[in-house]
Design a protein around this ligand. Structure first.
Ligand code: ASP
Length: 309
């Protein structure tokens, strides 16, 4: 019998202090996303398709801080960051501080596949989406009542200040960034990340999730990574690429690389967050130093999905 090439998929729905009464929704949300991506991968879909599909499911789920349900910036608006990368040709695409888009990961994918650009910001990103037939929407289609209340509270308590450069944002602030990493039957790894960013962020603030090497990285020779947590800290340790470099030198151990990267984040910046990792043969690693991280994975060598919050 011909041996099947391994396939794997791992997703996250953010690393933060997820309240007990929201844990079930997070578990369901990451499992739904995993199933949608896995159905594609199992039927021979590509890693890029699976990553986009899984992330779309979480962008459309108000539980998470991505797409509809994202946190508001200090001006009371939604500005979204997302990026995607495929590890065969090291192709990548991202959007930053984009408005009026429900599924920014899909815009990032079109940037990667249909242009020579890697990163588009703001109005230019929205315009690119329209030029490529991606529907835009009003802010009201993305803003939820939960986020309006959180924003009002933040404004009233005077925390509507730009993120301090000295201290990484505390993870008790609502998180819920989403990400996925897939290995397909052709041996291609893709990674993606999508977020509304940090609550009450300064208008125009861009976090790690748009940035290749920080929020997202994929290289078929080594593996793939998606990060979540305090973006300013993650950027400063170039987290996703740091995990890849650690795997390159530790004999391809994704779990150890994930742990070492989180330790580096803490040691050098005091930051908090989490990562999901695949190595080139589909081995899974996850690590976080927040109270919780919503996550789920499945591989061709295990019977069913594993989820935890
Ligand atoms: N990393 C995201 C950002 O800083 C936030 C998060 O993951 O919770 O924009």
């Amino acid at each position: 019998m011909k041996r099947q090439r391994p396939v794997s998929l791992v997703v996250h729905g953010g690393a933060w202090n997820i309240p007990d009464d929201e844990a079930d929704a997070h578990r369901r949300g990451v499992l739904n996303a995993l199933k949608a991506g896995w159905d594609l991968l199992r039927d021979g879909g590509t890693a890029v398709e699976a990553v986009e599909r899984s992330i779309n499911v979480m962008e459309n789920d108000e539980t998470f801080n991505a797409g509809r349900g994202s946190v508001l910036n200090a001006a009371g608006e939604i500005e979204l960051d997302a990026s995607i990368m495929e590890g065969k040709g090291l192709r990548a695409g991202g959007v930053a501080a984009v408005q009026n888009i429900a599924n920014p990961i899909s815009v990032a994918r079109v940037i990667m596949e249909k242009s020579d650009i890697v990163l588009l910001v703001g109005l230019g990103a929205t315009r690119f989406a329209k030029e490529h037939g991606i529907a835009t929407c009003g802010q009201d289609a993305l803003i939820t009542g939960r986020e309006i209340s959180r924003w009002r509270e933040a404004q009233a308590s005077g925390t509507a200040t730009p993120v301090s450069r000295k201290k990484a944002p505390g993870r008790s602030a609502p998180g819920g960034t989403v990400g996925a990493v897939a290995l397909d039957a052709d041996g291609t790894i893709a990674s993606g990340t999508s977020t509304g960013g940090t609550p009450n962020k300064h208008q125009g603030r861009v976090g790690d999730s748009s940035l290749i090497g920080c929020g997202t990285y994929a290289d078929n020779e080594i593996g793939g990574v998606s990060s979540t947590g305090g973006g300013e800290a993650i950027i400063r340790v170039v987290m996703a690429k740091s995990v890849i470099d650690m795997m390159r030198s530790n004999g391809d151990d994704p779990e150890q690389a994930a742990k070492d990267a989180i330790a580096l984040l803490k040691k050098r910046t005091g930051g908090e967050g989490g990562v999901i990792v695949l190595n080139a043969s589909g081995g899974v690693g996850t690590a976080f130093n927040t109270p919780r991280m919503a996550r789920a994975f499945i591989t061709s060598s295990i019977k069913g999905p594993i989820a935890a919050v």
